[in-house]
Design a protein around this ligand. Sequence first.
Ligand code: UD1
Length: 418
Amino acid sequence: MDKLIITGKNKLKGSVSIHGAKNSALPILVASLLNQNDLILKNIPEVDDINNMLKLLKNYGAKIIKNKNSLKINNKSIKNISADYDIVRKMRASILILGPLLSRFGYAKISLPGGCAIGTRPIDIHLNGLSKLGINFEIQNGFVIGKVKNDIKGNKINLPFPSVGATENIMMSSVLAKGETLILNAAKEPEIEDLGNCLIAMGAKISGHGKNKIFIQGVQSLKSTNYEIISDRIVAGTFIILAIMLNSTFEVKKFNPKHILSLTNTLKKMGANFSISENSIKIRSSKNLKSCNVITGPYPNFPTDLQAQMMALMSVVNGISNIKETVFENRFMHVPELNRLGANIILNKDNAVIEGNRVFKGAQVMASDLRASVSLILAALCAEGKTTINRVYHLDRGYERIEKILGKLGPKIKRVKT
Ligand code: UD1
């Protein structure tokens, strides 16, 4: 498994343009299963989760042509096979194909995703929501098997929690359903808005996406379209936090700063010096950054996907900070590794207390999940001396060529294949 070797204390210089959002691209690629015509997508990130999704869709018979700046996908002649554990295990987002396959074939068989490093991650909200549309589910030998009773019929679905994946699965299943669907307590993430906008471009009738009430009027079929995916707000946030940690003058470009208001508001309270324009943020050197308290939550609250990176920053500012993680259980695996690098973070269930003014020092560490891996990179880039981050394959799931991009911006970072 690859390692990253990082020599810290080199500032960021210049600017970075943010690539497409993996968490938008994944459901949008899945949504193409609903369409018998071509879908041409721009700004698809080149990350492993997307490559795995493309493999999964190819197994179903999707015709995919990649060009330099776009990807064309056609699902006219797909076949209905079962999605096995090997692929679903690698990428939980595979569960999103459940709704579109049921919509296309009236039957779907998908391996249960099982737990993962950041918690048990059940799919009860997906299944209960889809059941309300007239689908029966049973679990057999580790597979979830869905059968449409008569037709998929629109209904009112009140989610017990605004799950991102469940909202997407229900939205996609309702697009070709008979009648109207109303999703209440829907997730409001920008990626949900993006999925809704892409489906509308394909001819779906959807309103309220990006708000907590989504209304979908079923249509008979979808049409060919071109669509450009939004840029990745989590990757943008990661670079912003890093520039602040390295006290650099740096610009993060080509993304929508409105998508990370909870982060920029927190950074302002901490005393960070930056200016926001329509599609970029310029960071300047800041003095005496202060501690703060963060509670993660569904959008527009602070994203759980930036929690680990924020913790690395909190370790080097003045004072004691707190983080409460409310979205995932067990999403603190980066804590012992950040502590190995010199942080002093104390955990109590879903709360972390982070002592500030720590000096990171290079060490050997182990990456555990996608965002945990990147928080270790941030700490290592600020550390005195050399850090080796082992098991970095998680990183490739969501960050495009990170060592190549960072390497061009000032930091010293290299990948070693083992
Ligand atoms: C998506 C994102 C992920 C992000 C997360 C929360 C993608 C591909 N992934 O994941 O990066 O961290 O949103 O913003 O978009 N839950 C249940 N039952 C369910 C579904 C979810 O109990 O049926 C729980 C989960 O275990 C978790 C919480 O709800 O504790 C949030 O999950 P959810 O919003 O569904 O996240 P994902 O869609 O898996």
